[in-house]
Ligand binder design. Structure first.
Ligand code: SAM
Length: 411
């Protein structure tokens, strides 16, 4: 059994307090204005060189998430939090699922997409890819789907089966619709029907692509979706911005340079390669945001998730830059009204937070100056669930002249 962990930060404990559940939040879709906010597509969505060659010989740099199964302390930023990885659900099943369900931006957006666009679901056959507790299947069934196939590979499928039954949606015991829970991997199960009208899935990982569940959705799409069928969500975009982050970089990265008088900078070198999943305060943002890549889930191929995208980040004030920050948004363009959410630092927090890529040296940037470069994103060859990121960037400013290449591994 493979497994993986990710380095997650605790910045919000020191500055911005993040919580998903607001006092006025409940799951009644018509009740509160925050639901509308989360789902309108506008609330949470925003407006829009020395070379440091990666040293692959350093400690553990070839490791993938599979190697971290019994070795979670090998992540250096913090003790790694083994969350939201499907194999982990077998071990720590309830915490990550609760965290995801309590992420109201995420869950209420899906709920609103389904309830407010029930015309899309009426009498349709739906496939829920990676059903977890079955929450999306329940939404679809309630919205009038003819039949929902809820496929889940972890032990949670047994709970989903029970949940479906208790709520009156199991086959042969339905109020208005049937849900069939199928336990197994999408790639291995046999679906009782040849085709489905809609594929719904919450497949997004940290940095959008970590865990690589997107391939599972694309596999299901190519195997079962009718020619004019819908994939929900159908668009996902990755963005990049730059932040000032002196305090946190000092605390998490430079710490290793002098630990009680000893040089542990070999660990610093390794921790620099591990993107940090953490919540960034919007006041830290120094530049514009650059769209790196939009993926059309209805049409793309698995290979499209590996790409090189150029970027140009323009400083909006004089400041220092310690890291580039990646985040994503997803949208459901087939809804009556464009709906979606962003995981960006200017939007309401989600459990995906943002992904922070620390830069080797501090950039001193003046307003109007630009950092130009490219980001290459690729599946790790050894473990396709992991993501390899290469960042090329340069700044040719009045106070700083830098051109570098840095490599990162999300594992
Ligand atoms: C992010 S969770 C979403 C759960 C649920 N749909 C929700 O929205 O709360 C993704 C789920 O997909 C399951 N999963 C991942 N890969 C899968 C695969 N290849 N086949 C079936 N299920 C898979 C995981 O076990 C996990 O329960």
């Amino acid at each position: 059994m493979e497994n993986s962990t990710i380095t997650t930060g605790d910045r919000q404990n020191r500055s911005t307090k993040i919580r998903f559940q607001y006092e006025d939040d409940d799951l009644d879709v018509d009740q509160d204005e925050t639901i509308e906010e989360a789902a309108t597509g506008s609330s949470n969505l925003e407006e829009d060189s020395a070379t440091c060659e990666p040293d692959d010989s350093i400690l553990g740099s070839d490791k993938t998430s599979a190697d971290y199964y019994f070795d979670s302390y090998s992540h250096f930023g913090t003790i790694a939090s083994p969350i939201r990885i499907h194999e982990v659900y077998l071990l720590l099943a309830y915490f990550p699922l609760q965290e995801m369900l309590k992420d109201v931006v995420r869950t209420k957006t899906y709920q609103n997409v389904i309830y407010k666009n029930s015309f899309l679901f009426k009498d349709k056959v739906v496939l829920d890819v990676g059903a977890g507790t079955g929450i999306l299947s329940l939404f679809c069934a309630k919205a009038g789907a003819k039949h929902v196939y809820a496929v889940e590979c972890s032990q949670m499928a047994d709970m989903a089966q029970e949940i479906v039954k208790v709520n009156g949606f199991s086959s042969g015991n339905a109020i208005c619709s049937f849900i069939t829970v199928l336990k197994g991997k999408i790639e291995e199960i046999e679906l009782p029907v040849g085709q489905v009208d809609i594929i719904i899935s919450e497949w997004m990982g940290y940095f959008l692509l970590y865990e690589n569940m997107l391939n599972t959705v694309l596999y299901a799409r190519d195997k079962w979706l009718v020619s004019n069928g819908l994939v929900l969500p159908d668009k996902a975009s990755l963005y990049l911005t730059a932040i000032e982050d002196a305090e946190y970089k000092e605390d998490k990265i430079e710490f290793w340079n002098n630990v009680y008088g000893f040089d542990m900078s070999c660990i610093r070198k390794q921790s620099m390669m591990e993107p940090l999943v953490d919540t960034v305060d919007q006041n830290q943002i120094v530049t514009n945001s650059q769209l790196l890549k939009t993926m059309n889930i209805s049409k793309m191929t698995a290979g499209d998730a590996s790409f090189t995208a150029p970027f140009k980040l323009v400083a909006e004030r004089d400041d220092y830059i310690h890291a580039l920050v990646a985040y994503f948004d997803v949208s459901f363009t087939n809804c009556h009204k464009l709906t979606g959410f962003s995981t960006g630092p200017k939007s309401r927090a989600t459990h995906w937070k943002q992904t922070v890529l620390y830069l080797e040296e501090v950039l001193t940037i003046c307003q109007g100056e630009t950092i130009v470069g490219s980001m290459t994103v690729a599946q790790n060859k050894k473990n396709p669930r992991d993501v390899d990121i290469t960042l090329k960037y340069s700044l040719s400013g009045r106070r700083c002249l830098v051109s570098r290449t840095q490599s990162y591994k999300m594992r």
